[in-house]
Design a binder for this molecule. Structure first.
Ligand code: ADP
Length: 453
């Protein structure tokens, strides 16, 4: 897990360097054009444009290589990724030195842009590697200036920008190189110190996050055991009440029957609550779902039929529409069916008699969109997200229906999230609300299908 995260972050950094290089190529072309055409500086224009073109080609090849490694090759190793990054940083120092060579060498104040490169290197590499990178920068730039100073390499003058031959003055060259090296090492020291602090803080956050996850896991395990035990006792109590209710142990008078009936109703509600809590907790504890290709069409029919009696009893207009293209999807059939059933039951529950409840299933480009809309009580405006929280029930819903677990939509959210879909609710302009969720179509090819993304 840690190496996957590390490799993701190295891949990001490698791409970041590629993006920065595109900016650098654009800056080089614009600066060369402006300096030569507007300021009339005597630059080796064609050499600089050639360097820009070569860097663009190199960057394109590098970008393609990275894309190949990330998309097609199996997990590029950490070693390979850090080699690519180190190579890029080293190559950038050489490229910068070549650009400086064709644009005045030590007389070009842009040699200070080595500092940017060293800062970037220090944020990516280890402390030792950062010092080595700075040393490499000093070595390549120092070699260039000394070779130009000793006449081994040609010197391109920046006339009329610089009219004195600073490059030939050994004291100036050595003095500048000394300040240059000291600055680079100081920059490495400062940047790596800041990076160390940041990394320490990040490690701290990650540890706290891990501890919280562990605590959450223990809490869920505790709830699971507790609810499991309570469920056993409740089922036993309801079993005894049923024996009495069905008069197996003898006749009951009206008062006794009424009390037993009330006890039984409470036990049934309590069992429904405990079952919902058990389901939610189990889902949180176990990472994966049992995914398979299944007929969504059949699940839609089943769910629709499950809420039909309730809708009829309230004399609701109850209908569904489904795109003909909707057929099989990849997912956990029972959970998807239960989710649709729950939402339909909610709509039936929260819609006054004579209202409308409609189910629609659409085949969108890369997902299936399932929507349940009703003409019911609606959701208080700022609570459309809160209703997906565990145990949350809006005040208007509590007035209509005293009993409710507040867990149905939390379970639905867990189910949809595990299918990597989205779930949301909104109020209709004409009254009532619409509950929607999506199931992606490419789930089967997704390596993390069935787990939380
Ligand atoms: P329950 O229905 O048992 O309260 P749910 O988790 O299914 O629990 O729903 C949570 C809350 O979302 C409900 O209490 C209600 O406030 C709101 N809600 C759900 N469905 C609807 C609906 N069709 N119309 C209006 N409000 C709804």
């Amino acid at each position: 897990m840690e190496s996957v995260l590390q490799s993701k972050s190295l891949i990001q950094r490698a791409y970041w360097l590629v993006h920065l290089r595109w900016v650098a190529v654009a800056v080089l072309v614009c600066a060369t054009f402006l300096a030569s055409e507007t300021l009339k500086v005597s630059l080796a224009v064609s050499a600089l444009y050639t360097v820009a073109a070569a860097v663009a080609v190199y960057n394109f090849v590098l970008f393609d290589l990275l894309r190949y490694l990330v998309e097609r090759a199996e997990h590029p190793s950490l070693r390979m990724l850090s080699r690519i990054i180190t190579f890029q940083i080293g190559a950038d120092f050489v490229i910068l030195t070549v650009i400086l060579h064709y644009s005045g060498g030590i007389e070009n104040p842009f040699f200070f842009s080595f500092i940017f490169h060293v800062v970037i290197a220090s944020t990516i590499l280890s402390t030792l590697q950062s010092y080595l990178a700075a040393t490499f920068a000093v070595a390549v730039f120092g070699t260039l200036t000394l070779l130009e100073s000793f006449g081994v390499l040609a010197h391109y003058e920046l006339v009329p920008f610089v009219s004195v031959d600073f490059f030939a003055n050994r004291f100036y060259v050595l003095g500048t190189l000394f300040v240059f090296s000291a600055t680079l090492y100081l920059v490495v020291y400062m940047t790596t110190s800041i990076m160390k602090q940041l990394r320490r803080q990040q490690e701290g956050f990650e540890l706290v996050n891990l501890q919280l996850k562990q605590k959450d896991y223990y809490k869920n395990e505790y709830i699971l055991r507790l609810t499991h035990d309570i469920k056993g006792h409740l089922a036993a109590i309801d079993g005894c009440l049923n024996v009495v209710r069905e008069k197996i142990v003898g006749p009951l008078n009206d008062k006794q029957m009424d009390l037993i009936e009330r006890g039984h109703n409470r036990a049934v509600k309590c069992l429904a609550f405990v079952n919902a809590l058990l389901k939610l907790t189990r889902m949180k504890l176990t990472g994966r779902l049992d995914m398979e290709l299944f007929s969504l069409k059949r699940s839609i029919f089943n769910a629709f039929a499950a809420a039909e009696n309730g809708a009829k009893a309230k004399n609701l207009e109850y209908a569904y529409e489904m795109d003909t293209a909707v057929d099989t999807v990849y997912g956990e059939s029972t959970l998807i069916e239960e989710t649709i059933t729950n939402m339909l039951l909610n709509s039936v529950k929260y819609t006054p008699a004579g209202g409308i409840v409609k189910l629609s299933v659409k085949d969108a480009k890369d997902h299936i969109l399932i929507q349940i809309s009703d003409s019911g009580i609606g959701i208080p405006p700022d609570e459309t997200e809160k209703i997906f929280e565990e145990f949350y029930r809006a005040a208007n819903a509590r007035k209509v229906e005293r009993d409710g677990t507040g867990l149905g939509l939390s379970i639905a959210k867990q189910v949809v999230t595990r299918h990597h879909g989205k779930i949301w609710a909104q109020n209709n302009p004409e009254g009532g609300s619409t509950f929607s969720f999506t199931i992606p179509k490419d789930l089967q090819s997704h390596p993390e299908a069935g787990t939380v993304r």
